[in-house]
Design a protein around this ligand. Structure first.
Ligand SMILES: Cc1cc2nc3c(=O)[nH]c(=O)nc-3n(C[C@H](O)[C@H](O)[C@H](O)COP(=O)(O)O)c2cc1C
Length: 252
């Protein structure tokens, strides 16, 4: 693969939050999982497993488990000043339905890939990295899960499909439905399906603000007293992402 093709794929992959309900071929799902299982991981510990869900009843249960946390998530996000709220939750209580619509678009995706993680598998990694000496253990584990996440999304995009990452903040209701044993946990959900809209290229910070040559260029450092400026910038980019999506949805 050429670099230009890779870049095109990276820019084509966006978080897709509305799907056509049409079924997708089983072969596409297996291709996505095949690509994902080549992800790198600490000590090659491969702490992931996948549950492919297509059954309408099980999907409904999963979606309801997710929805049960909507009120809490909305309430928590209201604790922040409006400009720092996650764009999907920055609406007044009387417009809460708008927020619900934004975070629930994935309901109709024909397949949910449920990614399950097992923290014990990190014992397959370097023990020093697993120690709590400097808090590294979590990051080796979480980073490994991050790699498999990225490949799932890239593979879906390479097949012309859409995908989204849905994070969960509870376990029990998902565990009851999906039956994964302790101490495995549901790490995140990836709904996959045909894209109901096509957003533009991703919004990112300028590369030059992130790159240093030979030594750290301290003129680019974020000081404690200007950190809120950074937060403003990030939220503005986040809002742009949701504006793209809202505009694209309106054209449906
Ligand atoms: C660790 C992680 C967690 C995320 N959790 C969610 C989520 O729960 N819901 C969601 O809609 N998007 C989630 N996202 C997607 C990000 O919001 C998205 O990647 C970011 O805004 C950039 O937009 P893009 O993916 O369209 O390029 C998550 C992404 C990552 C890497």
């Amino acid at each position: 693969m050429k670099y230009d093709e890779l870049l095109e794929l990276l820019r084509y992959r966006r978080s897709i939050r509305v799907f056509k309900p049409d079924p997708i071929p089983d072969e596409s799902i297996m291709k996505i999982l095949d690509a994902a299982h080549y992800a790198m991981s600490g000590g090659n510990s491969q702490p992931w497993e996948f549950i492919v869900v297509k059954d309408a009843k099980i999907k409904e249960g999963i979606f309801n488990a997710y929805l049960a946390n909507f009120e809490l998530t909305y309430h928590l996000e209201q604790q922040r000043a409006p400009r720092y709220r996650h764009p999907a939750f920055n609406v007044p209580p009387e417009e809460k339905d708008k927020a619900r619509q934004m975070v629930c678009g994935w309901k109709d995706a024909p397949v949910y890939i449920m990614v399950v993680e097992d923290g014990r598998k990190m014992f397959g990694s370097v023990l020093a990295a697993r120690s709590d000496l400097n808090g590294e253990s979590l990051s080796v584990f979480a980073s490994s899960m991050g790699h498999v996440s990225m490949i799932l999304h890239l593979a879906a995009a390479a097949l012309g499909l859409g995908s989204q990452r849905v994070d969960v903040c509870t376990q029990e209701s998902y565990r009851q439905i999906l039956k994964y044993p302790e101490p495995s946990r549901l790490s995140f959900i990836v709904p996959v399906g045909y894209r109901a809209y096509q957003p533009g290229p991703p919004h990112r910070l300028p590369l030059k603000s992130l790159v240093h040559f030979d030594q750290y260029d301290t003129s680019k450092a974020i000081r404690d007293d200007n950190f809120l400026e950074y937060l403003d910038k990030i939220r503005a980019l986040g809002r742009l992402g949701y504006e793209d999506e809202t505009a694209a949805r309106k054209k449906l």
